[in-house]
Design a binder for this molecule. Structure first.
Ligand code: ATP
Ligand code: MG
Length: 332
């Protein structure tokens, strides 16, 4: 079952959470930002409770980084409010900002220093008190960089640099960790290490805001996901709640070549076809009753000059939810 709330869909199938918005570490209300004619963020609201990992899932240009920049207070907002641990974030809110660990999309580390030197430098910058050396050692351990702590960062792999970038955000033990697409351009092993450390931090009670355009990461990591496109949250909920929005439909992923646009047009004309998107590799469709839909779909595609190499039929996933809500593929 889905209810609408200010134009977006809120999946309300289950209410397992006892934590509510009033316990939120982060609460955003009606965030807005434009750059000239570009309405990058158009009224975004959500909240994150302690120990919860919230994913903002959306394609390039959806507005994820702009939302995060406003949450962290590094970008002025045109409208809306941000509350951290119940207190409103204002430009002068230095104390509140220290509750946030922000890991930017672009690496912010020094290549000519070692990992240990980078962490020590940022620890001084954040005016960390107490056992700084001990904390640096802990963060090196958490990010799996202890073995290479004395090597210059410029000799690191992309994944190791990313992990160091995350470590810097963790130094001051934030209540809210914000990660902006932390696995882009990272090898599978490092990606796994990053996802595991985020899951562990979340188990320890940290609230995490995680942006990605990888559906698999949102499915694996996030307790709740907000689907963002064109500056708006189109829906939010648990994976199960979101998938239920698609209803009793199946998803067909079809790899092929030939006149894919003509094939998509023909598919759209079929009664049992709900959504169609075209990519370089082929077509992605949501259909009712796959057994009846498939024969007529194949006939329509053959008639439009599409050569099919492979067909994959699956239950709806977050990619299907995105297609259902926006009529577009997450990754074109
Ligand atoms: N400083 C800026 N000046 C002008 N336009 C901007 C600026 N920052 C972002 N935009 C525009 O705002 C929109 C949202 O951008 P944003 O970076 O928030 O998207 P994103 O979801 O983070 O995308 P990506 O996945 O590529 O990082 C885009 O159209 C982008 O071009
Ligand atoms: Mg971004």
């Amino acid at each position: 079952m889905a209810a609408t709330d200010r134009g977006r869909i809120v999946a309300t199938e289950t209410q397992p959470e006892t934590k509510t918005a009033s316990d939120a570490v982060l609460r955003c209300e009606g965030l807005k930002k434009s750059f000239g004619d570009i309405h990058a963020v158009r009224g975004v609201s959500f909240h994150i409770t302690p120990g919860e990992t919230y994913g903002l899932l959306g394609p390039n240009g959806a507005g994820k980084t702009t939302v995060i920049s406003m949450v962290c207070g590094v970008l002025d907002r045109d409208g809306g409010e941000v509350f951290i641990d119940g207190d409103e974030m204002r430009p002068s809110s230095v104390g509140i900002k220290s509750l946030i660990g922000y890991v930017p999309q672009d690496l912010a580390i020094y290549p000519d220093l070692t990992a240990r030197e980078n962490l020590s430098f940022f620890a001084r910058l954040y005016a960390l008190s107490g056992d700084v050396k001990g904390r640096v050692g802990e963060v090196l351990e958490m990010t799996g960089l202890s073995d290479r702590a004395g090597d210059l960062v410029k000799t690191y792999s992309g994944g190791m640099k990313r992990r160091l970038n995350i470590g810097i955000g963790l130094l001051h033990r934030p209540k809210l960790l914000i990660l902006d697409e932390p696995t882009v351009g990272v090898d599978p092993q490092s990606r796994n290490a990053i996802l595991e450390s985020v899951a562990q931090l979340s188990d320890e009670g940290m609230a995490v805001l995680y942006t990605t355009h990888y559906m698999e990461e949102a499915e694996r990591l996030c307790d709740r996901v907000g689907i963002i496109d064109d500056g708006q949250l189109k829906a939010e909920g648990t994976r199960r709640e979101l998938v239920s929005l698609v209803g009793e439909h199946d998803r067909i992923t079809l790899a092929g070549s030939g006149d894919l646009e003509a094939g998509a047009e023909a598919a759209r004309g079929l009664d049992r076809v709900r959504e169609v998107s075209v990519s370089d590799q082929g077509l992605s469709l949501i259909v009712d009753d796959v057994r009846s839909a498939l024969p007529e779909l194949l006939a329509a595609l053959a008639g439009s000059g599409v050569n099919i190499r492979n067909i994959d039929i699956s239950e709806p996933d977050l990619e299907a939810v995105f297609l259902h809500l926006t009529g577009k593929a997450l990754r074109d």
